[in-house]
Write a protein that binds this ligand. Structure first.
Ligand code: THU
Length: 170
C-alpha cells in the first residue's frame, strides 16, 4: 500500500542495518506502521514513570491485546536488586491480572536518564514471559528509538526454540 510505503520507519529508509537479523517490515500482515507508532508513543510516555534509583535507566513498554486494548508498563527497581521488574513484565502482569490472555505486539523504548540513544531489547526473562502467553510466530516486538525509528521482530526470532507451556504436555 502506498501509504505504508511513505510511513516506512526512517531506520529502514536510510538503509540502516537492523540491530539483529530477522527484522520485519510493518504491514497489514503483521502490525502496521500506525499501530507501531501508537504503541511507541504510549511506551515513551511510560519512561517518565520508571522507578529506577539504582540504574538510572528508564524503560517504557506498551502491550497490545488481541482485543486492541493497550496495557503500559515501566521498570520498577528494588534495593535488593533481584526483585526488579522490567517494563515489559509490568505491562504483561497488569494485563494478565485484568483477565487478558491474548496479545498481538509490544513496543519497548528506553535510555539512561530518559535519553534514548539506542534500541532496548527485552531481557531473557521477559522473552520467557512473552513465551508463556503468546504464539511466538504471531507475537511482534517493536524495538524503538522513536515513533519514526524502530525495528519489528517476531518473538520466535528473538527467542528461538523457547520453552513454552506446550513442552509440559509432551
Ligand atoms: N529493563 C527493562 O525494564 N526492560 C528491558 O528490556 C531491559 C532492562 C530495566 C531493568 C532495570 O530496571 C534497568 O532496565 C536496567 O537493567
Amino acid at each position: 500500500m502506498g501509504e505504508e510505503k511513505l510511513n516506512v520507519p526512517v531506520c529502514q529508509k536510510k538503509g540502516e542495518l537492523a540491530p539483529f537479523a530477522g527484522a520485519l517490515a510493518p504491514s497489514s500482515d503483521t502490525v502496521n506502521d500506525l499501530i507501531c507508532r501508537e504503541l511507541i508513543a504510549e511506551a515513551k510516555k511510560m519512561m517518565a514513570r520508571a522507578y529506577n534509583p539504582y540504574s538510572g535507566f528508564q524503560v517504557g513498554a506498551a502491550l497490545l491485546t488481541a482485543g486492541k486494548k493497550i496495557y503500559t508498563g515501566c521498570n520498577i527497581e528494588n534495593a535488593a536488586y533481584s526483585p526488579t521488574l522490567c517494563a515489559e513484565r509490568t505491562a504483561f502482569f497488569k494485563a494478565v491480572s485484568e483477565g487478558e490472555r491474548e496479545f498481538t505486539a509490544i513496543a519497548i523504548i528506553g535510555g539512561r536518564k530518559g535519553l534514548v540513544t539506542d534500541y532496548t531489547p527485552p531481557c531473557g526473562v521477559c522473552r520467557q514471559v512473552m513465551m508463556e502467553f503468546c504464539n511466538p510466530k504471531k507475537f511482534y516486538i517493536i524495538l524503538a528509538r522513536s515513533e519514526e525509528d524502530y525495528w519489528l521482530y517476531r518473538l520466535d526470532e528473538l527467542l528461538p526454540m523457547g520453552f513454552s507451556p506446550k513442552n509440559l504436555e509432551r
